[in-house]
Design a protein around this ligand. Structure first.
Ligand code: MG
Length: 254
């Protein structure tokens, strides 16, 4: 099932995408057993929004070996435990939204990632229970001010500007996250091309590790890390994250 969030006539709604690009509007919460309102829309006539409204976004750094290798001058090898940081909910934007290149930074990088969408309030979850608290998966771009990341020595400022987290296009609820091709295209040129089976810490391990620290709430997002091939974007560029089974998330740099 593909759950999406969209706006039409100035109001935001949730829906399920069905065949022939038809959206059936959801009545009630997507995190509970929901019903349909009876209203339908065509995908082409609505504005897609980020598919959920997270209270927090928990991000994993350095989760693909080949990405660690490309930054090996800056860090010391493969982490023994997941490296976590947070992005604020105010960084989230939807498909086709603009990524604003901040003034006074000198390098803006893309990072294509698989995003996990949490479906239930969760604390201290074992890896073998993880799939039970996951609603589904979507595409993400962990936009990063690389110059500030290096300058600051920690990542909050570099990761937190408004528009630095495109999410979408929808939440796919039936997907095995362990073996998915993940690509990033900049102006239609492939820059990242890997597979989620290359993650050092797979999704169930991440869910267990994170819920051992903090309670996750419905709609919260885990960004699972980016593979090798990260690089800079410039004003006017089009950037697209494509994850197998999830479609594509395209945005423009403003
Ligand atoms: Mg990242």
């Amino acid at each position: 099932m593909k759950i999406l969030r969209f706006s039409t006539a100035g109001s935001a709604k949730y829906g399920v995408l069905e065949e022939r690009d038809r959206i059936r509007e959801i009545s009630g919460s997507i995190y509970e057993h929901f019903r349909f309102s009876g209203n339908t829309y065509n995908l082409g006539e609505v504005n897609l929004l980020a598919p959920c409204e997270p209270s927090k976004i928990v991000c994993v750094g350095l989760n693909y070996r080949a990405h660690i290798d490309e930054f090996k001058r800056d860090i010391s090898g493969v982490p023994e435990e997941p490296v976590l940081f947070l992005k604020p909910s105010t960084a989230v934007v939807g498909p086709e939204a603009g990524i604003v290149y901040p003034k006074r930074i000198s390098r803006l990088d893309y990072e294509g990632e698989l995003a996990v969408v949490i479906g239930k309030k969760a604390r201290d979850i074992n890896p073998d229970q993880a799939c039970g608290i996951i609603l589904g998966y979507t595409c993400a771009n962990d936009v990063t001010a690389r110059d500030l990341q290096k300058k600051d020595g920690q990542w909050t400022r570099a990761k937190s500007f408004d528009t630095f987290l495109p999410l979408g296009p929808w939440i796919e609820t039936e997907l095995d996250p362990g073996n998915l091709r993940i690509q990033l295209l900049l102006n239609n040129v492939v820059k990242q091309d890997s597979n989620t089976h290359n993650m050092i810490f797979p999704v169930p391990v991440l869910v267990s590790f994170i819920t051992g620290i903090m309670t996750l709430l419905p709609g919260d997002i885990i960004l699972t890390g980016t593979p090798e091939g990260v690089g800079p974007m410039n004003v006017g560029d089009t950037v697209k994250v494509v994850v197998e089974g999830l479609g594509g998330l395209q945005n423009h740099v403003l």
